[in-house]
Design a protein around this ligand. Sequence first.
Ligand code: LRH
Ligand code: MN
Ligand code: MN
Length: 430
Amino acid sequence: MTNLKIAADVIADQNDKRSSAHKADFAALGEKLARSNIDIEAITAKVADFFVAVPSWGVGTGGTRFARFPGPGEPRHIFDKLDDCSVIQQLTRATPTVSLHIPWDKADPKELKAKGDALGLGFDAMNSNTFSDAPDQAHSYKYGSLSHVDAATRAQAVEHNLECIELGNAIGARALTVWIGDGSNFPGQSNFTRQFERYLDSMRNIYKALPDDWRLFSEHKMYEPAFYSTVVQDWGTNYMIAQTLGEKAFCLVDLGHHAPNTNIEMIVARLIQFGKLGGFHFNDSKYGDDDLDAGSVEPYRLFLVFNELVDAEHRGVKGFNPAHMIDQSHNVTDPIESLIASANEIRRAYAQALLVDRLRLEGFQNENDALMATETLKHAYRTDVEPILAEARQRAGGAIDPIATYRASGYRTRVAAERPAIKGSSGGIV
Ligand code: LRH
Ligand code: MN
Ligand code: MN
């Protein structure tokens, strides 16, 4: 990195304070794992090589339909957002890329690339936005975008996606994520079949413009903003889209986009089996698309998702290369802290899944020993892998305790002095 936002000596001082306790913890865990024939070095190397992209839109304080309560030092534009993202990367060493949302982050590609280079950040999937109207656009998306009844509105939405590809190409991104809010609020409002035909037709036009080394991710979501029906409502529809479009099209799974109690890990397994898992928007959820911090509500579910990913890795599934991205909204925390914690939770789930004894598990499955099979998973899940996560961070130049180090750095106070304070606002319902 050439333009570090947290002084190297702050990280070094903070790490020094924790170094001896951490060394002892890492050695103790190493001994414990060795008794199960697990090499802690091999796990640490895998964890250090696991990365997740940060969403540009996640570093500003989120809001609800009711209100938004901004915090101090809110980023003013994409360049401030990239500064904040670089802090997360500097401390965790788990988030070297940022996923942009257009038009929110629209800027000169040369300037974006230069800023990314200066901060040591790359760019992950581009996200298009045809779920809200940009100030200067000719046709409104109030009644849909890619599936709109009006051809000119559909063409405008397609054109926007092509613009996202062009911008992404110039800054080194290699994927486009398409999520639309299209749907209906009343039975009878839309013809399900014709609406989906129009959507597919628009997506074919986007797919045609996709460079050879790009992937197209379609993201399903059960409801919201449409409350009666949604065009891309579930993984079944999503799978049909990816199948219809071609080999560069894949399904994106946002963990918050399913009905409560849906077996998401099983959806993940199915998409892997049929070669259509494109990647994730990690977050957590209690009721709906809550966009809560990854692993904060149902950490075991996150582990079970990673259990499927590691299983695929273990089996050497051909072409298996899912994109890992976070998609969260932070309403009551400092977004930088939430994203640091989330990146760690995601790596934790990965590390725990790597500890699953897959041979033993298969044996129990074949013997129909349900109890021991599930205990095999629980045994890995119960292991406190924090020393592995800390070691991976520290070896890569990050912090043993990234949140404590972030607080000690005074970054938020510093940017609050530079960035004008923003007043709270009411949400969309008033
Ligand atoms: C929709 C969604 C989608 C959008 C993001 C802001 O709920 O998950 O990924 O791009 O939120
Ligand atoms: Mn999402
Ligand atoms: Mn969402």
